[in-house]
Design a protein around this ligand. Structure first.
Ligand code: AOF
Ligand code: ZN
Length: 361
């Protein structure tokens, strides 16, 4: 195998490890690190949670017995440039230099302005061989939410639109489903696991008033590992009966977005925050949500809410889960913008198909 191919194999492992932190690292990046000596992995680790040890620290913790001399011949594979500054943890560049690593291979530069190339610079100045750009596209895709967070021009949260539909394009067997019916999943259990992982990987989950009325969903993370996202409900005139909602009995917060004129004083229900920010253009109130720490949102429905996000160009990723069964009639799935046509990738999830559109970064 050529050396670049070998580098790509180890980097793929670093990316795989990094992804294990998907539900716990944001707003930090997902980072994995693999240390290799004579073509053998001698230590590996990942950034497990926000505020916790960085990937490099966890990887080096596995190799206490190797001498400085041995590590001079070793390579550290990291999917992100090592940090050179103090945040909640000390600089990883200091650790790499203290352990006398000979070579560092990274997938991408850290877009955090406090790092942004300075980590590479310090390593090179100290005589470490540095190679940047191995599996860069994959690494950028993995950390697309983190990249957006570092971009001052990206003023709203990262938005993922998600829905499930039948193979003939319906998201519900009924056009106007009855109140309190409860949701009937269109897709299979394996898809539910993927969807729950998406929930855990986002700071908030958003649904419209109709979905709440019809499904009374709990919007919790049950079939994957991770915390419940903050629940955001769009209820322009505050018409829902909040005390009857299943979600308020779940761990985590519920926030309601209403119009200024729909606001009728503070709701006296524990854990519910009322935000009278709703306007016709989601861009305005999304910006406000971001300033409240909502850096990423999974929009789960219903059709009208999803269409609103599509039509106002407020989306980054689109996740469509398609069952193999036909419904023949019912509520049509949202209409995709022309610009997304031909840009979806398809993969099987058990008996269902996952169609994914990802923002270029
Ligand atoms: C790395 N390895 O595993 C991660 C890095 O507050 P702190 O100390 O956790 O630092 C957060 C910043 O460090 C984050 O914004 C990003 O620039 C970098 N993340 N760097 O070398 C890691 N998670
Ligand atoms: Zn670090």
């Amino acid at each position: 195998m050529e050396s670049l191919e070998k580098d790509a194999v180890w980097m793929a492992r670093a990316i795989e490890l990094a992804e294990l932190g998907s539900a716990h690292t944001l707003p930090n990046p997902m980072v994995g690190c693999v240390i290799v000596l004579d073509e053998v992995m001698i230590g590996e680790g990942f950034h497990e949670q926000f505020g916790g040890a960085h990937a490099e620290v966890n990887a080096f913790a596995q190799i206490p017995d190797h001498t400085q001399e041995q590590l001079q011949s070793a390579t550290a594979y990291i999917n992100l440039e090592p940090c050179n500054c103090y945040g909640k943890t000390p600089p990883c560049v200091d650790l790499l230099l203290a352990r006398n690593i000979g070579r560092v291979v990274c997938a991408m530069k850290d877009p955090n302005p406090n790092v942004f190339g300075k980590g590479f610079e310090r390593l090179r100045e100290a005589g470490v061989e540095v190679l940047v750009g191995v599996l860069e596209k994959e690494a950028r895709t993995l950390n697309r939410k983190f990249i957006a967070l570092q971009d001052n021009l990206f003023t709203r949260p990262y938005v993922t639109l998600k829905w499930a539909q039948s193979v003939d394009g319906y998201i519900d067997p009924e056009i106007k489903a009855k109140k309190g019916r409860g949701s009937i999943p269109i897709t299979a259990m394996q898809t539910q696991k993927v969807v729950h992982q998406l929930r855990a990987n986002n700071k908030a989950i958003l649904v419209g008033k109709n979905t709440v009325e019809v499904d009374n969903p709990s919007l919790s993370v049950r079939h994957a590992e991770g915390n419940n996202p903050t629940r955001l409900i769009i209820d322009p005139r505050l018409e829902l009966d909040y005390s009857a909602l299943n979600m308020i009995r779940e761990q985590g917060e519920t926030w309601v977005l209403c119009e200024e004129e729909g606001h009728r004083g503070t709701l006296e229900i524990e854990n519910i925050k009322v935000l009278p920010w709703l306007t016709t253009n989601p861009k305005d109130w999304l910006k406000k949500l971001k300033s409240e720490g909502i850096h990423s949102i999974l929009v789960e429905g219903g059709a009208a809410t999803l269409q609103k996000f599509l039509d106002s160009d407020c989306y980054d990723d689109i996740e469509i889960f398609i069952s193999h069964e036909k419904l023949n009639t019912g509520l049509k799935a949202p209409k995709l913008p022309q610009t997304t046509h031909g840009k979806f990738t398809e993969m099987h999830v058990g008996v269902d198909v996952r169609k994914q559109y990802i923002r270029q970064c």
